[in-house]
Design a protein around this ligand. Structure first.
Ligand code: HMG
Length: 390
């Protein structure tokens, strides 16, 4: 039985910061951010856009195509949770009017959370062939003003509908996992921004890539030449570029050129929004699908490298399904990115500082999101409210 991604949706915030302007404000050569880090812009979330609104908005993109009677599972992967106990997925389920009979919960392992959810969904659909699942990776990456991680912030969600006989990509059996208990990046309960050993985290990411990629190749008797593209968790695009260099090290000249070209397509969206944490790998995949054009053909193998600090890595792969192009929303995504409001550095700093404040027990918030989008509308007795913009 073929199981994989049947639909995919994406949402980001309605504000962004231009990283040339951030570089100027921080006294850094803009080329360091654009070339050295490989990022152009980053999404900025205000107080009314959180992981729940991003998760809802990304799923609304395809929900009309889903037969809700068959839906059995909803998983939200996140490391920017809005409650220590209650799952973000319950807010999402309520807003989307999903059946009360589904199983729903939140998963955490840094940026690996959505992949953990995806693998559970794959196994769930295999065990319950008449059922389907929704898996969402939704996060807001915050390191803090004037930190070296600042340029690698971002925000957004990718939502995937998982079913048998999928319309977009069918996963191959198997996967290669690798984990170690290390401190490369973490966020203790009393912190609102992440702590990170930046250089160490980049070394560990590459080590985990090499281990899981090699293991997957051995497991399936493959070489790099057998892939049409490899997609990566992209905390910033230079990170994926370094991993892709490892991937193509022993590939033929043709494969090297193809994998390098397709890598560039896979980074187009990530360059404009920054790190989505759990959603990043899946945004790379979406970016590849919507930008590679004739370079991507049905039946070809695409690799996925998922990395979550702490740390957990996994490599898996899938085969593109014939006609996948019909199920993409390229125009919508490009419009979403081009219609965002640009913030000055001072405005970004204000928004950022506001979002770190604790909210009072009762508060009503209004939002400037566009009509039809969900926003965080405040709280009563510390219970959060979500509303749709009229
Ligand atoms: P830094 O100290 O600002 O950067 O930290 P740098 O000085 O190493 O420079 C970065 C690159 O820019 C270097 O290139 C420089 O040469 C180049 P590289 O050697 O890497 O190829 N450079 C220039 N290029 C062109 N023109 C110039 C110029 N100047 C310098 N003028 C760092 C960078 C990424 C460490 C920092 O931003 C950081 O700590 N970010 C957060 C951590 C992170 O994203 N780690 C990635 C791996 S861990 C991961 O992916 C998991 C994560 O998503 C969390 C999770 O799992 O939940 C983070």
């Amino acid at each position: 039985m073929k199981i994989g991604i049947d639909r995919i949706g994406f949402a980001t915030t309605n504000k962004y910061l231009d990283l040339d302007e951030l570089a100027n404000a921080r006294g850094v050569d803009p080329n360091k951010f654009k070339i050295g880090i490989g990022q152009n812009k980053m999404a900025v979330a205000d107080m009314t856009e959180d992981i729940v609104t991003l998760a809802i908005n990304s799923t609304l993109e395809y929900l009309d195509d889903v037969d809700l009677a068959k839906l059995g599972l909803l998983i939200v992967g996140t490391e920017s949770g809005i409650d220590q106990s209650k799952s973000a997925s319950l807010f999402v389920k309520e807003a989307l009017n999903l059946p009360n009979e589904i199983r729903t919960f939140e998963v955490k392992e840094a940026c690996f959370g959505a992949t953990a959810g995806l693998m559970m969904a794959r196994d769930y659909v295999r065990a319950h062939p008449n059922h389907t699942a929704i898996v969402i990776g939704s996060d807001i990456a915050r390191y803090g003003l004037n930190t070296s991680g600042e340029v690698t912030q971002g925000a957004g969600a990718v939502s995937m509908f998982i079913a048998q006989e999928p319309k977009i990509i069918a996963f191959e059996e198997g996967h290669a996992s690798y984990s170690e208990d290390i401190n490369d990046f973490w966020r203790p309960n009393n912190f609102k921004t992440a702590l990170v050993d930046g250089k160490y985290s980049t070394e560990i990411y590459l080590k985990f890539f090499q281990k899981t990629f090699d293991a997957y190749l051995n497991q399936n008797k493959l070489t790099a030449d057998d892939f049409t593209a490899i997609t990566y968790h992209l905390p910033f695009t230079k990170m994926g570029l370094k991993a892709n260099r490892l991937a193509v090290a022993e590939a033929s000249e043709d494969s090297k050129a193809r994998l390098e070209e397709n890598f560039e397509y896979s980074t187009k969206y990530g360059r404009e929004v920054g790190n989505l944490y759990t959603g990043s790998l899946y945004l790379s995949f979406l970016s590849l699908l919507e930008n590679a054009g004739a370079n991507l053909q049905a039946g070809k193998r695409i690799g996925f490298f998922s990395y979550g600090s702490g740390a957990m890595g996994e490599f898996f792969a899938g085969e593109l399904v014939s006609g996948y192009e019909q199920y993409l929303n390229k125009e919508l995504h490009q419009q979403m990115l081009s219609e965002r409001t640009k913030l000055s550095v001072a405005e970004y700093e204000n928004v950022f500082t506001e979002t770190l404040k604790d909210l009072p027990e009762d508060i009503e918030l209004s939002s400037d999101v566009t009509a039809g989008k969900y926003y965080f509308a405040g709280q009563n007795g510390f219970a959060r409210n979500y509303k749709i913009k009229k």
